[in-house]
Design a protein around this ligand. Structure first.
Ligand code: LLP
Length: 415
């Protein structure tokens, strides 16, 4: 459930018509419902309330500090994948002891920053990274809390670009090799083994791959325990899917029920989950204005948001529902495209789209996750504003970029 609904013929976010926000901040803009963000966070977090757990929101999915701060106030932590995300999480007020750090390519500077910040756990993805972390921690006279990210070779049955738990993917350490690396880690003076982690992919619409992967991870943890290696945290990653179109993903409660039963076998472990999309996805929309329409070989609706604002349709052929801000049932087949100079710049193709005229507003739904966080300045387009709605009030949580922002840091050589 989300808080985007028609009232009196106008699409609202909570109690505000989207047209009123458009008038105040211009278009395009991202809008998030605070009530939906909170509701989704709690739905996931409370599904695990009867076991020891930490809900570490995947910062990459939606990284505005106002939103991270909201989750922090609800008791959440963060799953980060860069020094930049660490900076955001800390600025947002997330406790370092609730931050886990994944990713195959952490730099020495990033490791140092995270060590000095005293985060909860490094999810280490290779032996070379482990050795580098040992050296970096030794130089700082610190101890690095480590989980190895294990690759369970499970097919998450999602888009190839967002599958991460298959043997052919770059992520994690194969289960077969991981035990040996744990033994090596145990000998390292500045490494403290605290956990095992995995993340098999994103936008999963069934629980079966999670169960398959967890079965392997639990077996693996039992093996470590038998070898005298004590595991305190089991990090299952994120990945729970949402409904964009006709998908029927499991509700957080179903997902939790399926895995909690299994977790009894490792009852001493604190569970870590890293949800992103399931919390933020349907809590946000991208609002755009029709600039022009034209009939060629087909009907084109040209809007003021492009692939630089929302990359998902171009990158993954992803479906996002597109609704007229002024309620109407009239539809026509059209491509909804942006102003960018590429034929790959579209928000929807061959869609039964709302019948529109110039200046009409459209809402691109389910854009709260991997929307603004993947936006770029391509074609020298200032990035859109971000707005958070709370009941009948709204806050600009990120200003629209200006033309001056576009060349920030650039310089013309003097000679
Ligand atoms: N943990 C790790 C280590 C991850 O790599 C990811 C996502 C998550 C958690 C959160 O997954 P979620 O709960 O959001 O599915 N840009 C793509 C999605 C990329 C996901 C990358 N990793 C998209 O727009 O579909």
């Amino acid at each position: 459930m989300n808080h985007f609904n028609y009232k009196n013929g106008l699409l609202h976010c909570e109690d505000i018509p989207l047209s009123a926000i458009a008038e105040a901040v211009g278009t395009p803009f991202y809008v998030y419902s605070k009530a939906t963000l909170s509701r989704h966070f709690k739905a996931v977090d409370e599904a695990f309330s009867d076991i020891k757990h930490i809900t570490c929101f995947a910062v990459k999915s939606c990284s505005n500090i106002a939103i991270l701060n909201l989750f922090s106030s609800l008791g959440g932590g963060a799953d980060i994948v860069s020094g930049g995300e660490l900076f955001r999480a800390l600025r947002a007020g997330i406790e370092p002891q609730k931050i886990v750090y994944s990713g195959v390519g952490k730099t020495v500077e990033e490791l140092r920053y995270a060590l000095n910040s005293q985060i909860l756990m490094f999810n280490v993805e290779s032996i070379q990274e482990l050795q580098t972390l040992q050296e970096t921690a030794a130089a700082l006279k610190r101890t690095a809390p480590v989980a190895l990210r294990v690759n369970p070779d499970v097919d998450p049955k999602t888009h190839a670009y967002i599958s991460t738990g298959l043997a052919k993917n770059k992520f994690g350490i194969p289960v077969k090799e991981a035990a040996e690396i744990y033994l090596k880690a145990r000998e390292m003076s500045n490494i403290e083994i605290v956990g095992v982690s995995c993340h098999i992919g994103s936008q999963l619409t069934t629980v079966a791959p999670f169960v398959e992967s967890l079965t392997k991870i639990i077996d693996f943890i039992k093996g470590l325990t038998a070898a005298g290696i004590n595991i305190r945290y089991l990090d299952m990653g994120g990945g729970l899917g949402i409904k964009y179109d006709d998908e029927t993903p499991p509700a957080p409660g179903e997902y939790a029920a399926a895995v909690k039963e299994m977790l009894r076998e490792v009852a001493d472990c604190t569970l870590i989950i890293e949800p992103g999309r399931v919390i933020a996805g349907n809590a946000g929309a991208l609002i755009t204005k029709v600039l022009y329409t034209k009939e060629g070989n087909r009907k084109f609706i040209i809007v003021d948001a492009g692939m630089n604002d929302l990359a998902r349709p171009s990158l993954y052929d992803a479906y996002h529902e597109i609704l007229p801000v002024i309620e109407s049932q009239e539809r026509e087949e059209a491509d909804i495209v942006g102003p960018i100079c590429e034929s790959g710049d579209f928000l929807a193709r061959g869609r039964l789209a709302p019948l529109t005229e110039r200046h009409d507003l459209l809402a691109v739904m389910s854009a709260g996750a991997y929307g603004f966080s993947m936006a770029s300045n391509y074609n020298s387009r200032p990035r859109a504003a971000e707005v958070m709605v709370h009941q009948s009030e709204f806050y600009v949580i990120r200003k629209r970029e200006t033309l001056a922002d576009l060349i920030h840091g650039e310089a013309i050589p003097e000679k």
